[in-house]
Write a protein of this length. Structure first.
Length: 276
């Protein structure tokens, strides 16, 4: 186990966030120690807006046996494994079931927690079983027990996903690659700049990006944070943005549209007093 003081800007895709005590755990003993004080669990940091002041709680990262997986994707897959690596393996092996998650830069645990997905498929549909650490021990769940919905799950309080088993069916590498290419095609309008994916959930039957676009908000800037010209639901860091600047954009959008934040906010984030 390693305990380090690190800026969370380095561990999040938006590239913002202050200092935290980061506990990298390798096994169950580590996890038991790390969870003896208030904590948060970090995946790949791809859905997080972290305060410029950082967070007070311990930040737990999964490594060692909680990030391990066998190259044939059989058996348990550690929650710290990266989805893009697993999808690459699935394509090579011709195993179908994960294609809808193509392009999502998440760890398995973060994707379970968020029920990450696209209109081609969600994490919940790819799962056979989920192992969750809570109340000092590991517990096994069937997917239907975890309250999955659109970008939502109901893990037990304080629950840390440690491992999953996927439900994959054998087909051909070509068939899997073709489906992944289809999902990739649906992402063509998404910007390459630093982001945390879509900032807001889509309201039923509509697209938050379309609504933000229709309000003429694309290109709105606060400091080094901007509503992408390419896709209205991507609030991007142009380089050197602060959490406060990004949050000011969130507030600007919410002042004209009743959209629910998809990003999770860690720590105290306040928008600066600026007119945008
Ligand atoms: P983090 O952002 O680190 O954490 C998110 C939440 O999960 C936090 O509450 C955290 O505490 C919790 N968590 C993390 N690991 C665990 C664990 N092991 N156990 C319990 N809780 C845990 N999302 C989509 O759904 N669809 C998309 O198409 C999509 N496209 C994206 C494209 C880009 C370029 C980017 C940057 C993001 C995109 N996202 C998308 C958003 C993001 O990838 C997902 O929300 C993803 O599920 C977050 O996973 P993560 O591992 O990064 O989790
Ligand atoms: N649109 C606009 N202007 C914009 C953006 C979009 O008019 O600025 C229009 C598009 O032309 C299209 C419609 O809105 O007709 C939907 O857009 P898109 O296909 O880009 O899908 P989305 O609803 O914005 C959702 C997910 C993405 C996921 C894609 C692909 C949410 C909040 N977003 O985006 O997920 O990658 O579909 O399936 O559910 C995420 O959750 O972080 C995320 C990136």
């Amino acid at each position: 186990m390693r305990v380090e003081h690190l800026p969370l800007a380095r561990l999040t895709t938006l590239g913002v966030g202050g200092m935290a005590e980061v506990w990298t755990v390798e096994n169950l003993e580590d996890l038991k120690k790390a969870t003896q004080a208030p904590y948060r669990v970090l995946g790949n940091g791809s859905n997080l807006l972290v305060s410029d002041k950082g967070v007070r709680e311990r930040v737990i990262r999964l490594s060692g046996e909680f990030a391990a997986w066998s190259p044939d994707l059989s058996g348990w897959v550690g929650a710290g494994a990266l989805l893009p690596s697993l999808l690459q393996a699935a394509a090579r092996l011709g195993l179908s079931g994960l294609e809808g998650l193509y392009g999502i830069p998440a760890q398995v645990g973060g994707a379970v927690r968020m029920n990450a997905g696209t209109r081609f498929g969600e994490m919940k549909d790819a799962l056979e079983a989920v192992e969750v650490f809570h109340d000092g021990a590991l517990h096994l769940y069937q997917p239907h027990e975890l309250g999955f919905g659109y970008r939502r799950s109901a893990l037990p309080p304080g629950g840390i996903v440690t491992r999953v088993r996927f439900r994959l069916s054998p087909t051909s590498p070509e068939a899997v690659q073709a489906r992944m290419a289809l999902v990739d095609g649906a992402r063509k309008g998404q910007p390459k700049r630093k982001s945390a994916g879509c900032a807001f959930k889509n309201p039923p039957g509509d697209s938050a990006g379309r609504l933000i676009d229709a309000m003429g908000l694309k290109g709105t800037r606060v400091g080094r944070a901007m509503i992408s010209h390419e896709h209205g639901n991507f609030l991007v860091n142009l380089g050197g943005a602060t959490a406060a600047e990004l949050f000011a954009l969130v507030k600007r959008v919410q002042s004209v549209l009743p959209l629910e934040l998809e990003w999770e906010v860690w720590g105290e984030v306040e928008a600066p007093e600026v007119s945008v």
